[in-house]
Design a protein around this ligand. Structure first.
Ligand SMILES: C[S@@+](CC[C@H](N)C(=O)[O-])C[C@H]1O[C@@H](n2cnc3c(N)ncnc32)[C@H](O)[C@@H]1O
Length: 289
């Protein structure tokens, strides 16, 4: 199965970039960004109907908060990720929860091993999203649910949006070690997200949009938190010379100013939950959104 817009070499480079990048940021990601991705935990668990005894696989689990929340509901929860440092952190934070090192595209589980699969904010990082989803569906039992969270467009998902816009405003070019041809924004488009889910042969496909806010106390926390969480953005900024980095930071500070309130920067958060059900033999795939 070909990677979308990527050569095979760049697809493998992207996977390695993701592994090294998330190894590097595991602790800082958890400190700054886990509370933001946590906003999708309950909607995802509800979307796949997690109750006691459900066998749940959480792919690209990062520091493991969703896997642990499923275990707290009484599920037999397993988390996988390709970053060893993320998994080390997940095991420290959630002792007793089962975590394994694995790529979403090659899951070390037999067909039909799980009643439910979740994927929280990893879709745009994957070099082979179609292959990854097919692999998730393979390990799902017939009639089981899968749900994936992904961000809305940067104009509605403002935490990453302000960084992207500051970089674009200055025309800063990405460093050569960042794989080209990949667009992390592809699944912000509901049409693309739906096509992915339907293309995997899922039934009862639906996409739900969610909007909320998240407050970041001050500029330093925001800037360093972003650099310590967003691997592509951080690579793009760190590759610049000092003058350009200063200019990007100035543009960033100007762009966060409209969100300043008494308690800090109140940032709009937009994300989507896409879900579908592994078809029973003889059923048809039809979107309901
Ligand atoms: C933005 S983080 C999301 C982590 C967590 N699910 C959350 O919601 O906070 C993306 C995660 O995907 C993992 N990842 C990226 N590509 C992967 C792949 N091909 N297979 C498995 N994990 C992958 C990264 O290591 C990272 O932990």
């Amino acid at each position: 199965m070909p990677a979308h817009g990527l050569s095979a070499t760049d697809a493998e480079r992207l996977r390695e970039f993701e592994r090294l990048g998330h190894d590097r940021v595991a602790q800082t990601y958890h400190a700054f960004f886990s509370p933001v991705t946590a906003l999708a935990i309950e909607p995802l668990l509800d979307a796949v109907l997690v109750t006691s005894g459900v066998r749940l696989l959480d792919v690209a689990c990062g520091p493991g908060a969703l896997t642990a929340a499923a275990a707290n509901r009484g599920a037999q929860a397993v988390g996988v990720d390709l970053s060893p440092r993320m998994l080390e952190l997940a095991r420290q934070l959630h002792p007793g929860v089962d975590f394994h090192e694995a790529e979403v595209e090659h899951l070390p589980f037999a067909d039909g091993s799980f009643d439910a699969v979740t994927c929280s904010f990893a879709l745009g990082h994957l070099p082979y999203p179609e292959l990854a989803l097919a692999e998730c569906v393979r390990v799902l039992s017939a009639g089981g649910w899968i749900a994936l969270a992904w961000w809305d467009h940067p104009d509605r998902q403002r935490i990453q949006g302000v960084f992207r816009e500051a970089i674009a405003e200055l025309g800063a070019q990405p460093p050569p070690d960042v794989p080209q041809g990949h667009t992390i924004l592809r699944f912000c488009e509901t049409k693309e997200f739906l096509a992915l889910l339907c293309g995997a042969g899922l039934a009862e496909v639906a996409i739900e949009e969610r909007g909320t806010t998240y407050t970041i106390p001050d500029t330093e926390t925001f800037w360093h938190g972003g650099l310590g969480s967003f691997v592509l953005t951080a690579a793009a900024i760190r590759a610049q010379d000092t003058a350009m980095q200063r200019a990007i930071r100035a543009a960033f500070e100007r762009r966060i100013e409209p969100y300043r309130r008494d308690r800090g920067f109140v940032m709009p958060i937009g994300f989507k939950i896409g879900r579908g059900r592994k078809a029973q033999p003889g059923s048809t795939a039809r979107p309901t959104t």
